[in-house]
Each structure stands twice: as C-alpha cells, then as structure tokens.
Design a protein around this ligand. Structure first.
Ligand code: DGL
Length: 277
C-alpha cells in the first residue's frame, strides 16, 4: 500500500467534517476522501442492522477509491458497526468512540464521567463499556441529546434556544458531580462554547474528533502508512444535498471546499466481498 493513498472518512452527513477538519489540521500531508450519507441521515435513531448495511456500502465505495485507512467519523456508526467492518477489511479502521473514551479515562480526577450522544450511541452502552474496562472505579452517566444535531444543522450554534436546550439536557450532570464530559456525537464539538457555559466551565470537555485524528496519526506511523509528502487534493462525496453540504463544509473546514459530488450509494453492495486495493 502506497503512503500517498488517501484516508477514507465517512459519516451520516455533515457532522463528520469536524473529524475531517481535525485530520487536516493535525495530519496536513494526508489526502482525505470524505463521504457524507446526507440522503439517509440521521443514523442516530436507526437500528444496528441498518447502520451496518449503510456502513458496508460506504466502505465498498471507499475501498474502490484505494484508501489506505478508514475513519468512521460517526459516533453512532462507530458504536454499532466498527467491529463488523474491522473484521472484514485489511486496511486499518478507526472509530471515534475508543479514542474519546481513552482520553476521558485519562483526564478524569474524580472518576465521574458523563457521555452525551445520539440515542443509538448512548443505548449501545459502548462508551460505558470501554470506560469501565479501562478503569473499573469509574462511574459513567450517559444521556442522549437528540435535539443538538438539528440545532447545529440549522446554524443555531450560539443561540439562546440552544442554550436553553443544553441546560435542560445537562442539568442532571451538575448534580452528578461529573468532572469530564465526552462530546460523543460529531456535531457536539461545534456546541462546545454553549456546553461549557451551561456547565459553568467546571467540566473537562473531551472532543473525540481531536482524539481520533491523534490516534489516526499514531496508527499510520505504526503501520508505515504515514505520508511525508504534502497532498491536499481532498475529495468530498455525498448521497444528497450538495449545496447544503458545501455551505456547511466551508463554515468549518480549514481549506476551501470547491464542490462535493453526489453519488448513488445504493449502487454499492452491502457485502464486503474483497478489497479493491
Ligand atoms: N453523525 C452522528 C453521530 O455522530 C450524528 C448525526 C446522526 O444522527 O446521523 O452519532
């Protein structure tokens, strides 16, 4: 596998751009092929069977693009499909959940950790499982915050309505005396300031997007896949709504995105039959 081959990054839509953005900042030599499943978003309330099927179709698309590693930028897909995908492809596959959980376990002082995410991520219990495995002393409190995603997509980032919604969701955490909160959904790092204000700046906020880019760098080095030459021709693909995607992307990415391309993801099989490397 050539070190100049791209990194495949996928998400249910625009949210994974927070992960792509971190990869661009931390690993500027790496070229990204991004797929946002904008036609089938949200993933957060879908069954595991459906998320695995969608993820496999996307992985087949990315393998066709000869990616040298895959980042599942979506927390829900990482929680529900990572193991199955990992078992079926030979390129490294990295999800966002484990890097976020590891960072939370290392940063907590009082062992009270909160997790916020979609219904799928929270009810999977994956963060709770990984955290308890790394430190049996830890108490983990999960809460689904489904309204955060549409608020971010609407662009209501610093809005009084978003502040009120955040207060309603996060109030319990104040009573639970957490000292660390994992922003366990792609969109939540964009609400960091609001969440920090609601929690009166008393809680460490862990951003899995940042931690995942760090982990990706370590994996690329350890597998001899790290690119030493600059290659910035990133490509972006979506399954619907190119204009919304372009506008959102250009609001958060460090590089200007010219044009995402629309593809029909249903043309790709949900069986990973062999790698097109
Ligand atoms: N990308 C999803 C996640 O991180 C949030 C949006 C959705 O529900 O699809 O869980």
């Amino acid at each position: 596998m050539d070190t100049m081959n791209p990194i495949g990054v996928f998400d249910s839509g625009v949210g994974g751009l927070t992960v792509a953005s971190e990869i661009m900042k931390q690993l500027p030599n790496e070229r990204i092929i991004y797929f946002g499943d904008t036609a089938r978003v949200p993933y957060g309330n879908k069954s595991q069977k459906t998320i695995i099927k969608y993820s496999k179709q996307i992985v087949n698309f990315l393998l066709e693009k000869k990616v040298k590693a895959i980042v599942i930028a979506c927390n829900t897909a990482s929680a529900l499909a990572l193991d199955e995908i990992k078992a079926q492809v030979s390129v490294p596959v990295i999800g966002v959940v484990e890097p976020g959980a590891k960072a939370a376990a290392s940063v907590t002082k009082n062992n009270n950790i909160g997790i916020i995410g979609t219904k799928g991520t929270i009810s999977s219990g994956i963060y709770q499982h990984l955290l308890s495995k790394s430190n049996p002393e830890v108490s983990v409190y999960g809460k689904a915050c489904p309204l955060f995603v549409p608020l971010v997509e609407e662009g209501w980032i610093n809005d009084p309505i978003t502040f009120d919604v955040a207060r309603r969701y996060l109030d319990d955490f104040m009573e639970l005396d957490i000292d660390t909160l994992v922003l366990g959904c792609t969109h939540y790092p964009l609400l960091r300031e609001t969440i920090d204000a609601v929690l009166e700046k008393r809680v460490n906020l862990v951003n899995p997007a940042f931690e995942t880019a760090k982990t990706l760098g370590q994996v690329l080095v350890s597998k001899g896949l790290f690119s030493h030459k600059l290659s910035v021709n990133h490509e972006f693909y979506v399954s619907d709504g190119v204009d919304h995607f372009n506008a959102f992307a250009n609001g958060i990415l460090p590089h200007y995105l010219k044009d995402a391309k629309e593809i029909n993801i249903d043309d790709y099989s949900d069986v990973i039959s062999g790698e097109m490397i």
